[in-house]
Design a binder for this molecule. Structure first.
Ligand code: CS2
Length: 494
């Protein structure tokens, strides 16, 4: 039998090679203190690793119960292996493997929503953290307000105790705790939204107020929603990644995560019901996360999206592939340079060093981070990544050609036909609306750009600013005329 015939789990931990790090604590004594909504790869490679360090330092009441909102895949893969899984940290020099024990249990919200609400209402749970992606908050990305007409919101208001959406679960569980006389948990958003804690607070209190004014007020007065800046690049795990991990471990792990050496978590220190000693696990606790969040969104995520759309259109499968093209490496640097002037950072922040480190991380040849993956959900990402910086630059009369080319890249991408005439698998909550608009406009920049700039949920009033219209239309015309590779080359050579 091959090395992969046995499964990772308690029973096989002792058989792992010595080089593989494993939980350095007695897991049978760990109890849950955190419910995490959105049990994807990012959470397991980022917050769960920090919690694993906290557990190793003795904080035994802070284990994690993970909830997938919809798909049973993660639970089905992890339950047979005692919720143990591997984090494979890949650098050009090689890979380090670590088995994480912080996740104690997992549930699938959709299978039994009321049970998850009960679990979140348990006073032993003091933090509810979230990675449900930008679209998981049922809000309008442009304004940050709850989208009251979102089908999940409508559903959840009519099925209060059996919700479907992340805000629905939080409000139902907080209502339960209020009825029990328990403290609210701290809501810890770990998604790439602008001012993520404030935004989620607004969404949740707006949702609660639709149910009852008193509940909305109680949440606004008593619950804490610290903002956080989270950063670690975590590509989707593939079958070949699973094989590589099995080879390194000598046992099979059905659900490993692949990531880079870099990791960063900056958190506002406002918790209503306690927290583990995060600082000892490398978390930066600050009073105001906003500058760090903007820095990350406008430098890392903005250039990521620019590389994703323009790189995909140019035939680059991964971010690292695109970074091998010197013009694309310069494009990423240019997006960062243009965004940097819109940031006001606390003294001591070295933005130039940060930018240089981002370029190195993007070029990591050991990570297979697909441009297609990052291109997903653009309608939810553009405002905080690209549009805010454009608005700030316009206010200072600075040119916006670089960002305009990235936005035009998104427009060209959502037409769902690539430069060779092949179909693009566009994933976006607004995909149907975008497809209708692009079909109607046709492949003509002068029609397509204004049509898409008119999508209020994405662009808001900025979409009708003449200088923005002009810059984006010009960039889109160039994409149609020259193709993405030439357009990028022309831009960075100017
Ligand atoms: C990426 C992010 O998929 C995306 O949109 O830009 O997931 C990015 O990898 C992380 O924010 C890095 O911390």
């Amino acid at each position: 039998m091959g090395p992969s015939s046995m499964r990772l789990g308690f029973a096989t931990l002792d058989r792992l090679p010595r080089s593989v790090r494993r939980p350095a604590y007695d897991r049978s004594r760990v109890t849950p203190g955190i419910v995490h909504l959105g049990l994807g790869a990012f959470h397991r490679a980022h917050q769960a690793v920090v919690v694993d360090d906290c557990l190793a330092a003795g904080a035994a009441s802070w284990g994690i119960v993970g909830a997938s909102l919809r798909s049973p895949d993660t639970r089905d893969a992890l339950a047979p292996q005692d919720h143990l899984y591997t984090v494979a940290v890949r650098a050009a020099e090689g890979t380090e493997h670590r088995v994480i024990g912080a996740l104690l249990d997992s549930v699938v919200a959709r299978e039994n929503p009321a049970a998850l609400v009960e679990r979140m209402a348990d006073p032993a749970i003091r933090i509810v953290s979230l990675t449900v992606t930008e679209k998981g908050y049922c809000h309008t990305p442009q304004t940050g307000d709850l989208d009251e007409r979102h089908p999940d919101v409508v559903h959840d208001l009519n099925n209060f105790d059996a919700p479907r959406s992340a805000p629905g679960f939080i409000v139902a569980a907080l209502a339960r705790r209020r009825a029990l006389g328990a403290l609210p948990f701290t809501v810890l958003c770990c998604d790439n939204l602008a001012a993520n804690g404030h935004t989620v607070q607004r969404i949740v209190t707006q949702f609660a107020a639709l149910r009852s004014r008193d509940l909305g007020k109680w949440i606004a007065d008593n619950a804490a929603f610290p903002s956080t800046m989270v950063d670690r690049i975590v590509p989707e795990t593939t079958d070949s990644d699973r094989d590589a991990v099995a080879n390194a471990l000598g046992v099979r792990d059905a659900w490993p995560v692949i990531t880079e050496p870099f990791t960063q978590w900056v958190v506002e220190d406002r918790f209503t019901a306690g927290r583990p000693n995060l600082a000892a696990a490398g978390v930066e606790l600050v009073t105001d996360v906003k500058p760090f969040e903007l820095m990350k969104l406008r430098l890392l995520n903005a250039s990521h999206s620019a590389l994703a759309y323009l790189g995909y259109l140019s035939g680059y499968e991964t971010i690292a592939d695109s970074m091998q093209d010197p013009h694309f490496a310069r494009l990423a640097a240019r997006v960062m340079e243009d965004a940097a002037v819109t940031l006001t950072m606390p003294a001591g922040t070295d933005l130039a060093a940060y930018r240089a480190s981002l370029l190195r991380r993007f070029a990591n040849p050991a990570l297979h981070h697909r441009t297609w993956q990052i291109a997903m959900d653009g309608s939810q990402k553009l405002p905080q990544r690209l549009l805010g910086a454009m608005q700030d630059r316009l206010a200072r009369n600075l040119p916006i050609a670089t960002h305009a080319l990235a936005v035009a890249g998104w427009m060209r991408y959502v037409t769902a036909t690539d430069e060779q005439g092949r179909a693009i698998d566009v994933r976006d909550p607004l995909a149907a609306e975008l497809a209708a608009l692009t079909r109607e406009a046709g492949p003509v920049a002068e029609r397509l750009a204004p049509a898409l700039l008119g999508v209020q949920k994405v662009f808001g009033p900025l979409g009708s600013e003449p200088p923005l219209r002009e810059a984006v239309t010009t960039a889109l015309a160039r994409l149609y005329r020259d193709g993405a590779r030439r357009a990028v080359e022309t831009l960075v050579s100017a």
